[in-house]
Design a protein around this ligand. Structure first.
Ligand code: 8YV
Length: 326
């Protein structure tokens, strides 16, 4: 009898997904959800041909050099800045991610965070819980208008387009976007969005939403200079990646009221949060949960597992990010 290939599932995952993988592989799992150090990950990968990762596992050139048997890394995330993709390609290792299955859920959350930020939901809830609500007043927690306002989206991929549709079709917003490449005319029309420069977007938008992938060029896309271009009444929402915003500069801008408010689901160096962000009232903070609904997380885990099965059993990954020479 042929022995099954060995794979590592690097973080805790739905038991159904482990069961599915066990039909095809000898599975080393981590249901205690211990975060592996780089050394521990390399050690656990010895003798493994595949690994199921999340954003917390870094696949670096040095790790790849220590794991010559590895053939595929399947990320349970659409973002893959934890992968050194060029190093994976030269090492002959296939990389996969989980596009599409989380688009609408993540766009829903982006919109929820925008609304919570503009309408000051977290700040007013803390006020109520603290027992400070003694009477109504005409301007109590008066925030920014969402319907009919100007939405600026930086990064117009699948999730950005989902947010644009929600804004234009659901809330009558005027949608501006900037992206490395403008959308084709038909997609632009479906999103009712207009391509503008980053400067025009920052100066014009009432709400700025960040949905671009992280890369070295995208580092600190929003820093002190960009915040200074924004309207003092504007809000900023980051559901993309930590590092796209300079969190220290943002905390200062929120404290000085350079902008009105921010909503953040991702942070530089998360799960650590810049201490200044924890002390300013006009920011809504969530722990990287934009894709977190049970059906979506199940679909993401299912697709990552199917990529391992597709490639290692049937010779073809479903959603590859690279095509290393065989
Ligand atoms: C994940 C994400 O939850 O898909 C992404 O890129 O940021 C989230 O949906 C996270 O990366 C865990 O892997």
């Amino acid at each position: 009898m042929q022995t099954k290939p060995s794979v590592l599932v690097a973080r805790a995952v739905f038991p159904e997904i482990l069961h599915k993988l066990e039909q095809h592989f000898t599975v080393d799992s981590n249901q205690d959800d211990i975060l592996f150090s780089a050394e521990e990950l390399a050690r656990r990968l010895q003798g493994k041909v595949g690994v199921f990762t999340t954003g917390s596992e870094r696949i670096s050139a040095s790790l790849l050099a220590q794991c010559p048997e590895l053939r595929i890394c399947a990320n349970m995330a659409v973002g893959y800045n934890n992968f050194d993709l060029p190093a994976m390609t030269s090492a002959g290792v296939v990389a996969t991610n989980t596009p599409d299955v989380l688009t609408e859920t993540t766009a829903d959350f982006g919109f929820a965070l925008l609304m919570a930020t503009a309408r000051r939901m977290a700040e007013s809830e803390h006020f109520l819980r603290a027992g400070l609500w003694t009477r109504w007043s005409y301007d109590m927690f008066a925030g920014a208008e969402v319907h009919g306002s100007i939405l600026g989206i930086i990064g117009m991929g699948r999730i950005g387009q989902g947010i644009a549709r929600r804004g234009a079709l659901g809330f009558g917003m005027k949608v501006l976007y900037c992206n490395r490449k403008p959308l084709d005319a038909a997609t632009e029309a479906a999103c009712q969005a207009r391509h503008v420069s980053k400067t025009e977007l920052l100066q014009t938008a009432d709400h700025v939403m960040l949905v671009l992938p992280y890369s070295a060029e995208a580092h600190h896309t929003i820093g002190a200079a960009e915040l200074a271009l924004m309207k003092p009444t504007a809000t900023l929402v980051n559901i993309a990646r930590g590092g796209i915003v300079d969190d220290a500069a943002l905390a200062a801008a929120l404290r000085n009221r350079t902008i009105a408010a921010a909503g953040l689901d991702v942070f530089e160096g998360e799960p650590a949060v810049h201490p200044d962000l924890l002390t300013v009232p006009n920011v809504v903070l969530t722990p990287h949960i934009a894709s977190a609904t049970m059906p979506t997380r199940m679909a993401m885990a299912g697709l990552a597992a199917d990529n391992l099965i597709g490639f290692l059993v049937h010779g073809k990954a479903l959603t590859p990010l690279n095509a290393p020479a065989p």
